[in-house]
Design a protein around this ligand. Structure first.
Ligand code: FNR
Length: 387
């Protein structure tokens, strides 16, 4: 196998090693996938300013996200079904994050449960919740997260209802996978994945099965979201969840300056500028394009993070230089996990770290805290001049 030098190499390896149903689940966006595609391509519209003859000794990417020390401001985003990309995938990813010194966020829709991850790691992690109808279930989730030592919750606010991904419907996505002649035929070609999967008991939604009542098909992501998610969500309800938790809160899925102001009003500690990796509103603008207006609206009053489309350290650098304090990666670490398990997540983090460190130096900066718009060439009208 040739050397792995970039996130794209990990994606290709992941593609070869993982059943189609789960590869497609990650590597797709909603409907036409316009937003999914532009999340990455819009980063390329921004240029970095090369500077020379600047002292590069003693550089550091170390920083803080919501007051916690991080080796670089790149957290692992909550990704549902991670334990289907590789057996016990959430534990593997959390361990890689812990060793690297970056935050890991566990999704409500994970395969390994909150308790599984807590028992198999020692660094505190963050827990992501969706805004569900059932208060009792939400309270229990918060209690379980507290007992597991989680230091923050990430409330995802952009998925009251689910955007449609055509491939998931066509593939009959479920966890564990439904055994049809097609899915069996495909899984039989993914020997390493299958052997590891047979050795773990964790093949169901670990936070839900056995904990939530009245779920008609606990293996189906779409039926659970349709039944349990709260279509009547509003800002008062979000404020209620923030009080219910009583600790640090990151609101994820803000793409509009008005909503960013609301997030500030309800007392969140940070927001994540995100369009859910292009998996929700197809036709929405990319996160990086939305960032400047949100920075102008709330950037001096609340910590602003960004995800959606990050595939390199250069992308991280651009987001930080535009004012974000932190970033999250979703697919970039999933590619690594599906390609090589825990070592692959470590590889993804190493790649991004090296790219960030080197590119920062070539822009003449020694610390992420010194980054600002001055190192960027942003085209006029990048954030849009809309009618
Ligand atoms: C996600 N995302 C997500 N977000 C969340 O809050 N809870 C979840 O369970 C999931 N599940 C999920 C599954 C998969 C396969 C993907 C790719 C994404 C969204 C995720 O947290 C993050 O916002 C995006 O992944 C960021 O975009 P990139 O980095 O993947 O381009």
């Amino acid at each position: 196998m040739p050397a792995i030098t970039c996130i794209e190499d990990l994606r290709q390896l992941y593609h070869r090693r993982t059943p189609k149903m789960f590869y497609d689940y990650a590597e797709s966006g909603s409907w036409t996938e316009q937003t999914f595609a532009e999340n990455t391509s819009d980063f390329q519209d921004i240029y970095l300013r090369q500077r020379v003859a600047v002292d590069m000794a003693g550089r550091s990417t170390a920083s803080q996200m919501i007051g916690q020390d991080v080796a670089m401001p790149v957290a692992l985003a909550p990704v549902g079904l991670t334990g289907m990309q590789s057996a016990d995938g959430e534990i593997k990813a959390a361990r890689a994050a812990e060793k690297f010194g970056v935050p890991f966020t566990l999704s409500t829709m994970s395969i390994c449960s909150i308790e599984d991850v807590a028992e198999n790691t020692s660094a505190p992690f963050w827990f992501q919740v969706y805004t569900l109808k059932d208060d009792e279930f939400m309270r229990r989730l918060f209690d379980r997260a507290r007992a597991a030592g989680c230091t923050a919750i990430v409330i995802t606010v952009d998925l009251q209802i689910m955007g449609q991904r055509h491939k998931d419907i066509k593939n009959g996505l479920s966890a564990p996978p439904k055994l049809t002649p097609r899915s069996i035929a495909n899984m039989m070609t993914k020997v390493g994945w299958g052997l590891e999967m047979l050795q773990t008991k964790r093949r169901f939604f670990g936070n839900i099965v056995g904990h939530a009542k009245g779920v008609s098909d606990p293996a189906s992501l779409s039926s659970w979201t349709a039944e349990a998610f709260d279509p009547s969500l509003n800002w008062d309800r979000i404020a209620q969840f923030i009080r219910m938790w009583g600790g640090k809160v990151i609101l994820k899925g803000i793409l509009d300056a008005e909503d960013a102001r609301q997030a500030l009003n309800v007392g969140a500690d940070a927001i994540v500028v995100s369009n859910h990796g292009g998996r929700q509103l197809d036709g929405a603008i990319s996160s990086i394009r939305a960032l400047p207006e949100i920075m102008d609206a709330v950037g001096d009053k609340i910590e602003v993070h960004l995800d959606s489309g990050i595939r390199s350290g250069q992308d991280v650098l651009k987001a930080l230089a535009m004012g974000a304090t932190g970033t999250f990666i979703g697919r970039a670490f999933v590619y690594g996990l599906g390609a090589m398990g825990e070592a692959g997540v470590t590889k993804a983090l190493e790649i991004i770290h090296k790219e960030l460190d080197t590119s920062m130096a070539l822009c003449g900066r020694k610390s992420v805290k010194d980054l600002d718009r001055d190192i960027l060439l942003v085209p006029k009208g990048f954030s849009g001049e809309w009618e």
